[in-house]
Design a protein. Sequence first.
Length: 308
Amino acid sequence: MKTLVACACLLLAGVGSAQGRGPSKAEVRNAERELADLYFRRDMAASLASARARDVRGRHPLDDFTEFALPVATETRIKALLASAARKKGDEARSSLTEAQALLKAASAREREIAAYWNQSPAIFWRERWKIFADANGLSAEPPAPQLVEAERAMLAQLQSGDFVGAASQSAPIVDRELQAAIVKASVELAKSKDPATLNIIPNATPCKEVSTHAGPEARITRSGSPGDFYPPSSIRREQEGDTVLRAFVDATGCPTGVSIVVSSGYPELDRAAVQLYEATTFAAGTENGVAVAGDVTFKVTFRLQKH
């Protein structure tokens, strides 16, 4: 009799162990918290979508999140799996939770890639930056730089396939090299072609502090301040960068009498800051045959944010 009881117990134990151990309530809650965190990030993407312009594709952060990170079908599947993991027992519950965790991990990884693209890729708004510069200087909205458009096309191809890491990497040269080169080239051409008679001369706001001459025939700068000292805090907050080309008019004593904005940065705040830097700059008049002569000096003021 004792032997039969022992055998029956062993058989029952074997039946229980064959089913396996299901997930704990804590494991299910952790997965639910991961889904809630994704919802929070989706809300953040939605707030960005309402606060900022579209990128070069005409898309907002929320568009990428809902297509590539947490599509409706994936969200529905995760919710169903978590409900199954909480309701069922044993291997079936464990299998549901394992699949949900894998989907959550993939969605979170994709969300981080998308966020990195939107937060760190300077090329997202390069067309907007060119348009601001072009509008301020009477240029075409389409940049005359085939290499810039080609670099953008390569980035767009990566975005189309959902490769946000590659797109972020591809975007850096667009702004750091191609866009800047296009703006510099356009600025040089504008400075050369500008009719002096069309320039608006801004008179000095402060009296001339120093006067001097030098042996060369052209007026020149003798001392200039740093653009960083004049960088408007509001421009820094908006992450505005640009180059303003100025032409200073210097009389025969070496005293500047006024300045003109030959090429605008596109941002009025930066242009005003460039004029303030001019006010803190000293000049020397040129001389011809030993006689001091009036002249002008064309120079560029560059405002760039520190890269971290």
